[in-house]
Design a protein around this ligand. Structure first.
Ligand code: SAM
Length: 171
């Protein structure tokens, strides 16, 4: 599958720290390579690096102070997740069939109207308001058709799945 980059717009420090961290954790666990934030927040970077150290995998976290330039410089499909877009059920096959890299935008409270114009696809995970974390999870799961959930992260810790209880092996 092609490279997936997530752009998180509208990060606000006090309020959004946990949400942006959860976006980062979902990005890593659901197959993305990179997360770009529109504000520097070391807490997000540190949380991701701690998880990667323990459980393996990689997620590059970077920052932009000019989201428009980031979008204009991206070579591939730009997908904006918004409740106002086209239902994911009606566009995911077309999006998946493109072999280009993908940049997936998730917003905060209000996304600049230009984003809707720049995006190649405005995609709704249903046309009801919910959450950026949920929207990103469902979108990536639909894109990868669930295969991302079987990936081996080759971490220092590995879970041996149990019907009951917990089993973790450590290197
Ligand atoms: N009015 C926003 C919108 O355009 O979807 C909802 C704001 S919500 C607090 C923040 C972000 O969550 C949005 O920018 C969008 O990326 C994502 N989001 C929320 N509900 C969504 C939905 N039904 N479909 C796709 N994305 C959604």
């Amino acid at each position: 599958m092609n490279k997936i980059v997530i752009l998180r717009l509208g990060h606000r420090f006090a309020r959004d720290k946990r949400i942006s961290t959860h976006i980062a954790l979902v990005a890593r666990a659901f197959g993305a390579e990179e997360l770009i934030l529109d504000a520097v927040d070391v807490d997000v970077t540190e949380s991701v690096s701690k998880v990667c150290k323990e459980w393996g995998g990689k997620l590059k976290v970077s920052y932009t102070d000019n989201w428009k330039k980031t979008l204009q410089g991206f070579e591939g499909d730009i997908i904006h997740l918004t409740m106002y877009g086209i239902n994911v059920n009606d566009c995911i096959e077309e999006i998946r069939s493109s072999k280009k890299d993908k940049l997936v935008i998730v917003g905060g409270q209000k996304v600049p109207s230009e984003v809707y114009q720049i995006a190649d696809y405005n995609v709704a995970i249903g046309n009801q308001p919910h959450s950026e974390v949920a929207a990103l999870s469902v979108f990536l799961d639909r894109l990868y058709q669930g295969k991302e959930l079987e990936k081996d992260y080759k971490g220092r810790k590995t879970i041996i799945p149990q019907k009951k209880g917990k089993k973790v092996v450590e290197d």
